[in-house]
Design a protein around this ligand. Structure first.
Ligand code: AMP
Ligand code: MG
Length: 359
């Protein structure tokens, strides 16, 4: 790895860890590793942020309507946007009157627990607020040791969307959650930095042919290797309220973000801005004309998993800089690159006043 990139990489990681230490010192009762406390709060209908391998989730007892309502309020999330139910194991899912169809079971044998969410018919036990009043519910088995242990201690599933205000970049550390939701939640269970770093892949089993609703932590290639071809987002599919993940604007930074050919974007931007007003997100290489301190190189070794893991932290750091815009490269459209491109495209979409931001 060239020396400049190595310094850059170290700098980003140390920035993140300094922030974590600050929160540990000043918010010690808010952030911790006390599973019993987290379980007690959830039983009492309070919100707890939980670590998962994808991003941090904002969890509530899914069987208590009032607790689930708090998720929507704290996130300022539109109530038409349904939530994912999280279970420790298949027995817990069955105890809620739910079943995975045979093809989903094939996938579960390989990818659960893990970053794969199954959309299936809901049951009478699941409150309508979880599935936004639709007859389908999204379910997942998260793969994080703390959260699996926590879920095993509970006799209800938790509903948990990403633990960020609706519309903003998802959190991949406890410090990210504390910085935005610290005042409105009871506890953040700290499980370290998220290992995958982008949300779960969502696949629907409501039609004859499985349909991918969102690219995420399990690449579509890996899914097709198990169950054959699946319909992709957009394949003859009209945007509708049961798939709000398909709304254009999600994961947005406050600074405007553009995605495209990075060299070209930088060239154009330099006609209107000074180099220090621009931050860049690239895959393996720095871009010329921009100060090294403003550049986020997600994986100098060309590893898309590493790039996905570092994406949201880089977007947050770029957003905290005093720049006027963020320019991002298009990543290879394969494996986790699809999820990275999806998040960057949604982050760059304009927010029409008529459409509320989703997350
Ligand atoms: P989050 O947990 O923040 O990643 O958001 C959950 C995402 O899951 C939503 O944006 C929806 O796109 C998707 N989802 C949840 N429940 C359903 C459902 N019943 N049908 C279709 N998509 C769903
Ligand atoms: Mg989200």
């Amino acid at each position: 790895m060239p020396a400049k990139q190595a310094v850059q990489k170290r700098k980003h990681f140390s920035q993140v860890s300094v922030r974590c230490q600050t929160y540990f010192c000043t918010m010690s009762s808010l952030i911790g590793v006390d599973l019993k406390k987290a379980a007690a709060l959830l039983r009492a209908g309070e919100l707890v942020a939980i670590p998962t391998e994808t991003v941090y989730g904002l969890a509530a007892n899914a069987l208590l309507e009032d607790a689930v309502l708090k998720i929507y309020q704290v996130k300022n999330r539109p109530q038409f946007n349904p939530l994912i139910l999280h279970f420790a194991n298949y027995q817990q899912l069955q105890a809620c009157g739910l079943e995975l169809p045979p093809m989903a079971l094939l996938l579960a044998a390989k990818f659960s627990p893990g970053p794969l969410t199954y959309v299936i018919p809901t049951s009478a036990e699941i409150p309508g607020i979880v599935s936004a009043g639709t007859p389908a519910v999204a379910v997942r088995f998260p793969n994080h040791p703390f959260t699996l242990e926590l879920l095993q201690q509970l006799d209800f599933p938790v509903a948990a969307p990403s633990a960020n205000p609706s519309g903003y970049v998802s959190p991949t550390s406890a410090a990210h959650v504390a910085s935005q939701l610290g005042n409105s939640i009871s506890y953040i269970l700290d499980g370290g930095d998220c290992a995958i770093g982008v949300e779960s892949t969502i696949i629907s089993f409501l039609e004859e042919q499985p349909r991918l609703l969102r690219h995420g932590g399990i690449p579509v290639e890996a899914i097709e290797a198990v169950i054959g071809p699946v319909n992709l987002p957009g394949d003859g599919f009209v945007d509708n309220p049961i798939a709000p993940g398909m709304l254009a604007r999600h994961y947005a930074t406050r600074h405007p973000l553009q995605i495209g050919n990075l060299e070209e974007l930088v060239k154009q931007a330099l006609t209107r801005h000074s180099p220090s007003e621009i931050a860049t997100i690239s895959f393996t290489e720095p871009v010329s004309g921009i100060p090294a301190t403003n550049q986020f190189i997600l994986s100098p070794s060309g590893d898309l998993s590493e790039a996905a893991r570092r994406l949201f932290a880089a977007l947050r750091l770029a957003d905290e800089m005093t720049v006027s815009l963020i320019l991002a490269a298009v990543f290879p459209e394969e494996g986790l690159g699809r999820a990275i491109n999806d998040r960057l495209k949604r982050a760059s979409a304009p927010a029409p006043a008529s459409i509320p931001p989703s997350h």
